[in-house]
Design a protein around this ligand. Structure first.
Ligand SMILES: [Zn+2]
Length: 411
């Protein structure tokens, strides 16, 4: 591979989903947001919905095109053989309003679902499409700011306590005690809309009042219920997704803390900014709290009903300022690098590495200047030196190639 392809500037794509914030991503990316659009996600990868571009001789070219032309040198033998493409998708997210209640399918279910929707003639870009590709979508998020999310079902005792404490939920207790969580969750997710309204309206009104009186904090489900309705009593139907705010764990992450969500684990992001790394997929099965496509039957068919104790990850401190995160899937790993002024970080890429600078700026190999909000890709085999010009925070997505580091670590 010619030398100038070894490290290239990279440009991602912004997704303007309604729940996104107005300032964080525009400021990061140096974009004027004159139309006041929501900037929800910044995608850095090769997913066909929003593919990234690389700069070659000052021209933007599709990264995918470069990979298709030179797969062996851009992907590495290992990645080419196991995945055939860059297997991950790196994102920066700014969550202003809570996201939908969702799960992501296993690879097996994604292949079957994609095929089923193709046979049913649902176009790939149709809003009613669940499966946009044939891949699983395990995901990891690392908080940039304080971050709040719903993550997995609560423990049985905690659920029982909630069903006891919330007057409107008390009628659900016998079913939960007799048949367990799965029956309870399927019951409420399939309940008549009128019954949902009757059950939830007094609860929602009470939570809004309690929040206004200062009786709720973000640890309490009611705070998020009130926020969802912008502190105003709902006029129309009430979304059944509200139940999940009470049934799932509310997790509060500090900057630098992360959490992994595998296939079937129900979750919803509530508020904050993060780095998200996932398999190269856009397969989301939604169960409420969104105007996007909802498919309760498909959600229930993919959900894992096991109670979850959230496992907050802080990464392995490999070297000074370098925090590495590995996961139970081979598709991706993440490094968070915190450098101070005049620190030099040296490494060698063994897979395609996608980098983004979130704070500060760096110079790579004494020639490529990368500023806040900018990204670059390092191709396998390339040795690089990163020099930071001040306090710098950057993130690297990569694939852990077995044994690639064993020699280094023995030294
Ligand atoms: Zn998700």
């Amino acid at each position: 591979m010619s030398n100038h392809h070894s490290i290239l500037k990279l440009q991602g794509k912004v997704q303007h989903y309604e729940w996104g914030g107005y300032t964080f991503l525009p400021e990061l990316l140096g974009i004027k947001n004159e139309e006041n659009l929501p900037f929800a996600e910044y995608w850095l990868g090769v997913h066909h919905s929003a593919p990234a571009q690389v700069s070659i001789h000052n021209q933007w070219v599709a990264l995918q095109e470069l990979i298709d032309n030179e797969p062996a040198s851009t992907l590495s033998d290992f990645v080419q053989h196991h995945f055939g493409n860059i297997p991950y998708l790196l994102k920066v997210m700014d969550v202003r309003e809570m996201l939908s209640i969702q799960v992501h399918p296993s690879k097996e279910n994604a292949i079957a679902g994609f095929d089923r929707e193709n046979r049913a003639g649902i176009p790939l870009n149709a809003s009613a499409r669940n499966y946009k590709d044939q891949n699983h979508k395990p995901e990891f998020m690392l908080a940039i700011s304080e971050f709040w999310l719903l993550h997995g079902f609560k423990q049985k005792e905690d659920l029982e306590q909630i069903l006891n404490e919330v007057i409107e939920f008390q009628i659900l207790l016998p079913l939960f005690r007799k048949e367990g969580l799965q029956s309870l969750y399927c019951f409420i997710m399939e309940m008549e809309q009128q019954s949902i309204n009757d059950l939830l309206l007094p609860l929602v009104k009470r939570e809004i009042r309690k929040k206004q009186e200062g009786l709720l904090t973000k640890e309490h489900p009611g705070w998020w219920v009130a926020k969802y309705f912008h502190d105003q009593a709902p006029a129309g139907d009430i979304d059944r997704g509200i139940f999940s705010i009470y049934f799932f764990n509310i997790v509060h992450l500090q900057p630098g803390e992360g959490i992994f969500q595998g296939a079937g684990l129900p979750h919803a992001y509530l508020e904050g900014q993060n780095i998200e790394l996932m398999s190269n997929s856009d397969n989301v099965l939604r169960g409420g709290l969104t105007k996007k496509h909802i498919d309760v039957a498909e959600l229930l068919a993919n959900i894992d009903f096991s109670p979850i104790r959230p496992d907050i990850l802080k990464g392995q401190n490999r070297r000074d300022g370098e925090y590495v995160f590995h996961f139970p899937v081979p598709d991706f790993s993440l490094t968070h690098l915190l450098l101070n002024s005049d620190t030099i970080f040296e490494d060698k890429a063994v897979s395609p590495e996608i980098w983004i600078v979130i704070e500060g700026g760096v110079i790579i190999n004494q020639q490529i200047v990368v500023k806040k909000g900018e990204s670059f890709i390092v191709f396998p085999g390339q040795v690089y030196q990163i020099l930071s010009s001040g306090k710098t925070s950057l993130y690297k997505a990569f694939v852990s190639v077995p044994n690639a580091y064993s020699q280094d670590e023995e030294n």
